[in-house]
Ligand binder design. Structure first.
Ligand code: AP5
Ligand code: MG
Ligand code: ZN
Length: 224
């Protein structure tokens, strides 16, 4: 059956743990669609849609957007053609409620998650990573002013686009995002451990490519 080689992956981790950074590498190696709810919500804000307007006040405060909004976005995205034979979820699920809805959604289609990878990074490194993060306005590629700087400050290596700082990367909002992660998202670690699909990649003091070696070992083989 074609389904047996399907990789249906969740990247789980605190703000700044490297979900987006590892997702770039996973997508390049395994050819999966990258479904990042944070990116999709920011795109809705940029477009000025009603959903974007609703999401914005939660995101600016570092709070979670209500489950119904996010679940709706993911449900729709998972029915698109490119997600039929595997996908990479980044930043979803983020609550037990979202995880249960995702299970039901996939189960109803005879599918299920194959890997949940927790990116484990010590708390003191997270704030430093977020403070130095820069993103390309044109292509979305991520950088860090110290750990992964572009060749020319403020300019994307990949496309020449302008680099910017995310609105929720200021110190106060970061503090709240970390607290929200601990309270609402961290319980998912036990949730998925109990389902025996949890693996841990250790990111403390390791460069992105070293973390990716662990991730690739977890995911195994070449692209299916
Ligand atoms: P989202 O966009 O998902 O943000 P987040 O979870 O806070 O995570 P980040 O994107 O900040 O970090 P990351 O883990 O991707 O790290 P990155 O690779 O960039 O969500 C934003 C908001 O949207 C939420 O607060 C919420 O309001 C809303 N939202 C989204 N999904 C939702 C959901 N499911 N339910 C409800 N609300 C939702 O790396 C960070 C930096 O570190 C970069 O500069 C990078 O270059 C650097 N770096 C990465 N790896 C390393 C390394 N190994 N060593 C040194 N530096 C590194
Ligand atoms: Mg991210
Ligand atoms: Zn770019």
């Amino acid at each position: 059956m074609a389904r047996t080689r399907e990789r249906n992956i969740v990247l789980l981790g605190a703000p700044g743990s490297g979900k987006g950074t590892q997702a770039e590498r996973i997508v390049a190696r395994y050819g999966l669609p990258h479904i990042a709810t944070g990116d999709m919500l920011r795109a809705a804000i940029a477009k000025g849609t009603e959903m974007g307007r609703e999401a914005r006040r939660f995101m600016d405060a570092g709070e979670l957007v209500p489950d119904e909004v996010v679940i709706g976005v993911v449900r729709e995205r998972l029915t698109e053609d490119d997600a039929r034979e595997g996908f990479l979820l980044d930043g979803f699920p983020r609550t037990i409620g979202q995880a249960e809805r995702l299970d039901a959604l996939l189960g109803g289609a005879g599918r299920g998650l194959t890997h949940v990878i927790q990116l484990d990074v010590p708390e003191d490194e997270l704030a430093e990573r977020l403070a130095g993060r820069r993103l390309c306005r044109a292509c979305g590629k991520g950088y860090h002013v110290v750990f992964d700087p572009p060749a020319r400050a403020g300019v994307c290596d990949a496309c020449g686009g302008e680099l910017y700082q995310r609105a929720d990367d200021d110190e106060t909002t970061v503090r709240n995002r970390l607290a929200v992660y601990r309270a609402q998202t961290e319980p998912l670690v036990e949730h998925y451990r109990a389902k025996c699909i949890l693996s841990i990649a250790f990111g403390g003091g390791k460069m992105p490519d070293e973390v990716f070696e662990q991730v690739a070992e977890i995911l195994g083989g070449a692209a299916s």
